[in-house]
Design a protein around this ligand. Sequence first.
Ligand SMILES: Cc1ncc(COP(=O)(O)O)c(C=O)c1O
Length: 372
Amino acid sequence: MKGKPAIPPIYLTATYKFDRSNDLIDVVQQHEGYIYSRWDNPSVQEVENAVAALEGCERGVGFASGMAAITTAVMSQAKAGDRVVAMQEIYGGTYELFHDILPGYHVETTLINCWKTDELMAEIDKGLSVLYLETPTNPLLRVVDIKPLADAAHKKGAVVIMDNTFASPINQHPVDLGVDIVVHSATKYLGGHHDITAGIACSNKIYAERMWNYRKVMGGIMDPMSAFLTMRGLRTLELRIQRQNESAERIAEFLDTHEKIRTTYYPGLPSHPDHAIANRQMSGFGGMLSFEIDGDFEQTKCFMDKLKTISLATSLGGVTSLANQPITNTHVALSPENRAKAGVSESLVRLSVGVEPVDTLIEDLETALNAV
Ligand SMILES: Cc1ncc(COP(=O)(O)O)c(C=O)c1O
């Protein structure tokens, strides 16, 4: 064929054929090449290599969702009798894994408020197998100082796993701060278009080999179509993130001085409690922010209903802006007491800033605020 495809094709194949039995035996024994798409697939490997390079890791392992990446990463490291210490302010699905599922497998889990650094350190000092972090947090964008926690965990011989979904590899490099396994919901910024569900975990070759083995058995590999679309998203990742960083910063400044806004949570604002840590550990403050309307639940719902450019939807990290009221969806399962502890009030709104013109987004917010 003269002329090659500029973009690699999607390898929609479940299996691979061989000319000689010895070739098949080589693949099975040496794990190089392809035999069955639950083990490996060229489209998935392209994404794995690209994200591993972005994260500064030796290898990536692609999954069917962020949760498949997280559960496989954690379960490949924590066995019966082990202890996992995690921050309490982690993604809801991850919280369920630690709170509801792992104890059933005799893995002890301890969840601590991320802003109580002394308590977190004390729990790490008691000994652990896995330290699990996620920063910035959802929905209040708290920023955890990764390096001292990772160093303390390593002193106890633990593996440090971190969810880098909110920041993306453009804004934050966890491995430079001591993290061993970085996980992502590729559904969010990596894919970037709200059209796939996918996940990835990156690490050195040893941890990756273990995750690969678990993935082979648990069966949660990324599908080739999602891999193709993630790859397409990655080609514009840096551009999108730069734009989303800039727009989110402008929107946070606009909201911060607005009379109908009680509080704005954005790590780029000097008033944010973790601004100094974010400044040190992130190269951009990200496209996520949240704010409290100066009103009650009904007034906040009224604000949400008036948004036009910004869609009322859960999820984040794509080219179109999305807003939600955490109390009605992501945090609906929390008791009022736990919600209060997590700082999730009835007037809190979370915003994922897309790539639309920022003036259009500010106008949309202004119009909806005027209606409150
Ligand atoms: C920070 C974070 N981690 C993990 C996940 C889970 O990802 P997925 O929905 O792709 O399984 C999400 C989903 O919203 C998330 O926000």
